[in-house]
Ligand binder design. Structure first.
Ligand code: ADP
Ligand code: MG
Length: 280
């Protein structure tokens, strides 16, 4: 596999879209696995009460499991809830539990309610997580306080867009929220990356949606496109990412390409070294 240097800037992404079922979780866990394959140490923060990212990474997240809920509400250090995915020693996950479903409401009365995740993540990255290169935060399908916490904690917003009808619908609301966050909570936040998901090259519709999104966001949309593929949807029921489940499948290849492209673009932006060497 191609190993890449992640020395230098750490990157924190929030994977967001207030629509459900567009591929947020799938993109989070598979990019995380792809980055880990490339040699990065990766942390996934599961902010969706459904816990699908935790499931896909093979990480326990029953009601008793210490989770992101305890971090946001109970002020437990992030280091105490982070688990290692059985898939790779360099792939970690802060799981979500069902308790997180109440957090959106419980957070309302908390001090610095928008910054709870940001503070917890900063402490972690200064301590036990100092070796982490990439953080990916999987958001719930809403623009509530959990997503706002993710936006406050991140440097970059990554939006998965499903190549379907109404792909762009709701996007202005999402971008409006990002702008609000930039103004009031996190001036450094950038909408850096858009990933087209569930692309079906046989349909005119997928092609049209891809063209339309590229026309609106020429600098954000990745050249790598994630195809609709059965192996991608099967992997989570085995508690695996598609990279572990079927590493040669089109979905696995596409997510590896996407991760490599994100890395190259990031390195180019910081004027850094984006060289990739084959180590095997
Ligand atoms: P979200 O997190 O935005 O709700 P998911 O990542 O859970 O979306 O994806 C929604 C559904 O679509 C899931 O059942 C998932 O397995 C499936 N899916 C996502 N990406 C693909 C893909 N590239 N090919 C086939 N199925 C996919
Ligand atoms: Mg999800």
């Amino acid at each position: 596999s191609a190993h890449v240097s992640f020395e230098g800037r750490r990157r924190v992404f929030t994977v967001s879209n207030q629509k459900g079922g567009v591929g947020k979780t799938t993109t989070t866990v598979n990019l995380a696995a792809a980055f880990a394959h490339m040699g990065a140490t990766v942390l996934v923060i599961d902010l969706d009460p459904q816990g699908n990212a935790s499931t896909a990474l093979g990480v326990p997240h029953s009601a008793e499991t210490p989770s992101v809920y305890d971090v946001l509400i109970g002020e437990r250090p992030l280091a105490e809830v982070v688990q290692t995915s059985p898939e790779s020693p360099s792939l970690r996950c802060a799981p979500s539990t069902i308790h997180l479903a109440g957090a959106e409401i419980e957070l309302v009365s908390q001090v610095a309610r928008e910054k709870r995740l940001s503070s917890a993540l900063s402490s972690y990255l200064e301590g036990a997580g100092s070796d982490v290169d990439i953080v990916l935060i999987d958001c719930p399908p809403s623009l509530g306080l959990l997503t706002i916490n993710a936006f406050s904690a991140a440097d970059e917003v990554l939006i998965p867009i499903q190549c379907e009808y109404y792909a762009l619908e709701g996007l202005s609301q999402l971008i409006g929220t990002v702008t609000m966050i930039q103004k009031h909570l996190n001036p450094d936040l950038v909408l850096s990356t858009i990933v087209l998901t569930m692309y079906d090259g046989r349909t005119r519709l997928s092609q049209q949606v891809a063209e339309e999104v590229r026309a609106h966001f020429p600098d954000q949309v990745l050249a790598a496109v994630i195809p609709r593929a059965v192996r991608v949807s099967e992997a989570p029921s085995f508690g695996q990412t598609v990279l572990a489940y079927d590493g040669q499948s089109v979905g696995a290849v596409a997510y590896r390409e996407a991760a490599l492209e994100i890395h190259r673009r990031g390195s180019a932006q910081q004027g850094g070294d984006a060289t990739v060497g084959a180590d095997e």
